[in-house]
Design a protein around this ligand. Structure first.
Ligand SMILES: Cc1ncc(COP(=O)(O)O)c(C=O)c1O
Length: 325
C-alpha cells in the first residue's frame, strides 16, 4: 500500500516545513500477501527463521490481547506477580485462571508441579520475569514442558538484557507448544512505536488476520524498526548500551545482595528487584531512594519489593551509597 502523504505535493510540503521527513500514514498489511510485511522479512533475516513462523504485532500487548482470549484455552495459568495486562485480559474475557505463587523460577516449577493442566491450558510467563528479572533457563523450560500439558506463551520483553537472548529459539522451532513474544519497546527504547512479534510453529487459525489494522503496527513504525535492524553501526551502539546497563545492574547486585536483609535474585533484565521480608523493612529502604526516577515499591500478595530501573554507573553508585550509608 502507498500512503497519499508520500506523493501529494501539499502534504509533502507541509511535512518538509515541520521536518517530519517522509510521512507514511498507512498500515503495511496486505491481505493478499501477508508474508510480504517488511518487518516479518527483516526479523526472518535477522534470526534465520522462516517467515511463516513470525507474526509482526503492535507490541507484545497486542499479542496478549489477541491470544489469551482464544476459546481454545479452557484455563490460563499465570504467575501471581506478572505484567498486569495478563490478569486484566483474563478478567475482561472471563477466563478461568490459576495463579502460581513463587519468588524464584525454581519455586515456580515446584509450585507448577502441584497443579493439574490439560492440552487446552495456556501458561503465560515472562522470561526474564517482570517481577525480578530472573530468566528461565533452557533446562527449566524443558522441565516445564514435561510437567505442564498445555501451551507456553513466553514473554521475552526484557530478553535483550540477558547473556543469551536467543537461547530458546531452537527449542521453539522444534516444539509447537511454545510461543515466544518479543518487543522492540525495551530493546530500542521505543515503546511508543508499538512494535513486537511472535515466533511459533503453532498454527492458530486466523492469527495473522487478527493482527491487522486498525490496531496493528503502523508503516511508520515498521520503516523505523527495519532501518534500525539493517544499520549495523547503530545496532553496535545499542549493543554497547545494553552491556553498559547490564554492568550497572550487576554493580547494584554485587554491592547490595544480603545487605540488611535485602534479597536480590540475579536479574537478566534492565531492572533489578530488592525483596524484603516485611513491609517495614521495604519502607525503610524505600525512604532512602524514593526520590530517584525509576524506583517503585510494590506489595503484591504480601511479597514486598522495590524495582529499580537501571541507568548509568553514577546512578547505580548513588543507589548503593544511599542504601548502605
Ligand atoms: C513483561 C512485559 N511484557 C510486555 C510488555 C509490553 O510490551 P509492548 O510494549 O511490546 O506491548 C511489558 C511492558 O512493560 C512488560 O513488562
Amino acid at each position: 500500500m502507498s500512503s497519499v502523504w508520500l506523493y501529494n505535493k501539499k502534504l509533502k510540503k507541509w511535512s518538509k516545513k515541520f521536518k517530519f521527513g517522509d510521512i507514511d500514514g498507512d498500515f503495511c498489511f496486505d491481505p493478499k500477501a501477508p508474508l510480504s510485511d517488511p518487518l516479518v522479512n527483516a526479523i526472518s533475516n535477522d534470526l534465520k527463521i522462516d517467515k511463516e513462523y513470525i507474526y509482526a504485532s503492535a507490541g507484545i500487548s497486542q499479542l496478549i490481547s489477541a491470544i489469551l482470549p482464544l476459546s481454545r484455552w479452557e484455563e490460563i495459568f499465570l504467575p501471581s506477580i506478572e505484567f498486569g495486562l495478563y490478569e486484566r485480559t483474563c478478567i475482561i474475557h472471563n477466563k478461568k485462571t490459576t495463579h502460581i505463587d513463587a519468588v524464584s523460577t525454581a519455586e515456580f516449577i515446584e509450585e507448577l508441579k502441584t497443579k493439574n493442566s490439560s492440552e487446552n491450558s495456556l501458561l503465560c510467563i515472562s522470561s526474564p520475569r517482570w517481577f525480578n528479572g530472573e530468566i528461565f533457563s533452557l533446562a527449566q523450560i524443558n522441565e516445564i514442558l514435561s510437567i505442564f500439558k498445555g501451551y507456553l506463551f513466553i514473554d521475552e520483553a526484557y530478553v535483550d538484557f540477558s547473556n543469551n537472548p536467543n537461547h530458546l529459539l531452537d527449542l521453539c522451532m522444534k516444539n509447537e507448544r511454545i510461543m515466544i513474544a518479543r518487543s522492540f519497546s525495551k530493546k530500542f527504547i521505543a515503546s511508543g512505536l508499538r512494535a513486537g512479534y511472535l515466533i511459533t510453529k503453532l498454527r492458530i487459525n486466523g492469527l495473522r488476520n487478527t493482527l491487522i489494522p486498525p490496531h496493528s503496527i503502523s508503516t511508520h513504525s515498521i520503516s523505523i524498526i527495519v532501518k534500525l535492524l539493517n544499520d549495523t553501526k547503530l545496532l553496535k551502539s545499542f549493543d554497547s548500551t545494553r552491556k553498559y546497563i547490564m554492568e550497572n545492574r550487576d554493580y547494584i547486585y554485587d554491592n547490595l545482595n544480603g545487605f540488611d536483609g535485602i534479597k536480590i535474585i540475579k536479574s537478566s533484565a534492565n531492572f533489578l528487584t530488592l525483596i524484603f521480608d516485611t513491609e517495614e523493612k521495604m519502607n525503610k529502604t524505600y525512604s532512602k531512594i524514593k526520590n530517584f526516577v525509576g524506583v517503585n515499591k510494590y506489595n503484591i500478595n504480601n511479597i514486598f519489593f522495590i524495582k529499580i530501573w537501571i541507568k548509568n554507573l553514577l546512578f547505580s553508585k548513588t543507589i548503593v551509597n544511599s542504601i548502605i550509608k
